[in-house]
Design a protein around this ligand. Structure first.
Ligand SMILES: Nc1ncnc2c1ncn2[C@@H]1O[C@H](COP(=O)(O)OP(=O)(O)OP(=O)(O)O)[C@@H](O)[C@H]1O
Ligand SMILES: [Mg+2]
Length: 241
């Protein structure tokens, strides 16, 4: 599914957090939003997810205007850094959560939910751990469970806000590689927020550099590094060219 954003703006009081953003993400792309703290990355992602609403501008999912639709109707899967697992539930129940809360007439059968959860456990390479509780997993394993929970509802797009932010460098690198491989396999259109340029350049097809709520440059990783559009980007990336 493609995502198109046109003239999107959002202020908190008189502070413009997102300022006239225009962006087209093609089906199957993995795009990183890269920018310093407070630049508006999370706000933009939340507006795309339907967790927050813009003051003006529109969002299209494959040509359909979803600007007024709820997060549920948009069917986006999200993984946030702070989106902790439910500690009192097993890994199985955590992943099944989104499948159990749908209205009865749309809900999968018990057996179908079981099959779906077991297949997702296989995807995140945690088969056999379904009866454990979150505290019995490592940080990286927990983060993969958060992914599985987001994927269970068969999202049309995947929105990731610093999903590896709290993890140590080694686990981050492992999860990055895992995410790239996962994306290559599924080709699920994905948006990925980070302030870590190494992460952005390694995982994303294209990078969107954000500063003060506005897009400074959109480009392929090589392009952004070899031809930064302005001095802010040059300094932010600490380029030596
Ligand atoms: N609910 C809110 N009310 C008021 N101001 C807000 C709110 N949410 C965000 N802001 C402000 O909007 C700006 C953009 O915030 P946002 O969370 O989008 O930044 P970010 O790029 O995700 O930063 P970080 O890298 O630190 O997560 C910040 O200046 C922030 O203080
Ligand atoms: Mg943020």
């Amino acid at each position: 599914m493609s995502i198109e954003i046109t003239a999107l703006s959002k202020s908190f009081g008189d502070f413009p957090a997102v300022n006239n953003v225009n962006l087209k993400v093609e089906t199957g792309e993995m795009v990183a939003f890269l920018g310093p703290s407070g630049s508006g990355k999370t706000t933009l992602l939340r507006i795309i997810a339907g967790l927050e609403f813009a003051d003006s501008g529109n969002i299209f999912f494959s040509g359909e205007d979803v600007s007024e639709k709820s997060a549920n109707e948009r069917k986006a899967g999200f993984v946030f850094q702070s989106y902790a697992l439910f500690n009192h539930m097993t890994i199985f129940e955590n992943i099944a959560f989104g499948l159990r809360v749908v209205p009865r007439n749309k809900r999968l059968s018990k057996q179908e939910i079981r099959e779906c959860v077991l297949s997702l456990l296989d995807t995140i390479q945690l088969s056999g751990l379904e009866n454990r509780f979150p505290v019995q997993l490592s940080g990286g394993q927990r983060q993969r469970v958060a992914f599985a929970r987001a994927l269970a509802v068969k999202p049309r797009v995947l929105l990731l806000d610093e999903p590896f932010g709290a993890l140590d460098a080694k686990v981050r690198r492992e999860l990055r590689a895992w995410l790239s491989e996962f994306h290559n396999k599924t080709q699920l259109t994905s948006l990925f927020v980070t302030h870590d340029q190494e992460e952005a350049f390694e995982v994303a097809n294209r990078v969107v550099i954000i500063h003060n709520g506005t897009i400074q440059q959109i480009g392929y990783p090589d392009e952004v590094r070899s031809k930064p559009a302005n001095s802010f980007i040059h300094d932010f990336l600490a380029l030596d060219i």
